[in-house]
Design a protein around this ligand. Structure first.
Ligand code: FCB
Length: 428
């Protein structure tokens, strides 16, 4: 017996990427940081990753400094037409990508018209293939001039971002309707200003608060200017939300779980709720909340976890349903702007997608207005401080030849996209 889950008419089916992770050849704060830190990351690899089930398979790569240098990555900057042909052949009708701030504004206040033209061509190439673009303005790396000025700690940073957004809209506004100002502000803030893992490697509560406030301001300013320049534009952020499950459903844990739920899931959205036309949701994993100290790695890899990805992130599809239900209060359409798995052997990806879609469909059935799903990622790519060993792509990249090779799960996803429905062998 099989069950058909039909998605709403006009549902968007796509994939996501980000400029620094796929384009190659960017000159920004990350590139500098990679060069300075590749050696250290190589030395720390065993300590950081030997607990992973895939350690034997990844250890050579994780202990090679080249793994930590983004370099050419997938060369999507030059091969985007080819990649869009693949998108089309996989029946996708949408694509989320980011514009690289450091390309558009390599020097403060000086804009590079050639790079603007590049993104115009990218947008036209999507249009030609009838693929709906979701354009992210900022997906983490900053231009070097802004780094010199203290990045997002600088009180002027929201204004700088507004000026950049204005320039992009004036030139490219007419080629896209959906705009995402900032990708995952809290993930960025936490890793860069609290955990000290990503550039500029700060561990300071006051600094992260300042950065988050500036990101809120930056979003609001960009929202306003985008709407001034294009009345029809739909603007939001991509927000990483986590399902914080009270451990064993105990009353005390229920109360405790409200703290991270507010700070991580709600604070930013509440701050911009009058400046968002939809919600972009990025969902990856979940976390059980109880009292007691856990090592950061155990936040993901807990004893109770049954299944994990290559990176040790728990696979917990029901969490997307929980998170979606919570977003109902905002009364906005929702697009899943990221959801995906690092799975080099492609053994779990198809099941990962179908299980998440099953729970998304249930949320839709219960009145949650979900209008699209973007798998992360179209291509294998440069996974920040982890480098190249995590393989998120529906399409495998051979980094030596730049050859693209769609994995079996890509064809599985393509069928869902084509039919606008998911066929399951068993019910809930
Ligand atoms: C998200 C990021 C994205 C990618 C995935 C795996 O948090 O937005 O760039 O790294 O995780």
């Amino acid at each position: 017996m099989s069950y058909k889950l039909i998605f709403p008419k006009g549902f968007l089916w796509g994939t996501s990427t980000s400029s620094h992770q796929v384009e190659g050849g960017n000159l920004n704060d990350w590139r500098e940081w990679e060069k300075k830190n590749a050696e250290r990351l190589t030395q720390e690899a065993e300590k950081n990753y030997s607990w992973l089930p895939v350690w034997q398979e990844i250890k050579n790569q994780a202990q090679n400094p080249e793994n930590y240098i983004s370099g050419k990555t997938c060369d999507h900057y030059h091969l985007y037409e080819k990649d869009f042909d693949l998108i089309k052949s996989l029946n996708n009708n949408a694509y989320r990508f980011s514009i690289e701030w450091s390309r558009i504004e390599p020097e403060q206040g000086k804009f590079n018209q050639k790079e603007i033209e590049h993104y115009k061509k990218v947008l036209l190439a999507l249009k030609k293939r009838k693929v709906v673009p979701f354009v992210t303005l900022y997906h983490w790396p900053i231009p070097l001039w802004l780094k010199e000025k203290n990045g997002w700690l600088n009180p002027q940073s929201p204004k700088y971002f507004e000026r950049y957004a204005k320039k992009v809209m004036e030139n490219l506004g007419k080629y896209a309707d959906f705009w995402i100002t900032i990708n995952e502000p809290l993930v960025y803030g936490a890793n860069s200003y609290l955990a000290g893992k990503w550039p500029p490697q700060k561990k300071n509560l006051f600094k992260i608060i300042k950065v988050i406030r500036n990101l809120v301001k930056a979003h609001k300013k960009a929202y306003k200017i985008i709407h001034q320049l294009d009345k029809k534009a739909k603007v939001s952020i991509a927000k990483n939300n986590v399902y914080f499950e009270p451990y064993k459903n105990k009353l005390f844990n229920k109360i405790l779980a409200k703290i991270p739920d507010y700070l991580w899931n709600k604070y930013f959205l509440n701050s911009i709720k009058r400046q968002m036309d939809f919600i972009g949701l990025n969902y990856y994993s979940h976390n059980r909340i109880k009292i007691g100290w856990k090592k950061p790695r155990d936040w993901f890899n807990q004893n109770e976890n049954k299944e994990v990805s290559d990176m040790g992130w728990e696979i917990y599809p029901k969490g997307i349903y929980r998170v979606l239900k919570e977003l109902k209060n905002y009364k906005k359409p929702i697009y899943i702007t990221e959801n995906g798995i690092a799975d080099a052997k492609d053994k779990k990806r198809a099941e990962f997608i179908s299980q998440h879609l099953k729970w998304i469909h249930k949320a839709i059935q219960e009145g949650i207005d979900v209008r699209g799903y973007f798998y992360w990622s179209l291509l294998d790519n440069f996974e920040w401080d982890k480098g190249f060993w995590p393989r998120f792509g529906l399409i495998e990249i051979d980094y030596k030849t730049m050859k693209r090779n769609p994995r079996p799960s890509a064809f599985y996803y393509a069928k869902i996209c084509k039919e606008n429905q998911l066929i399951l062998n068993s019910q809930f």
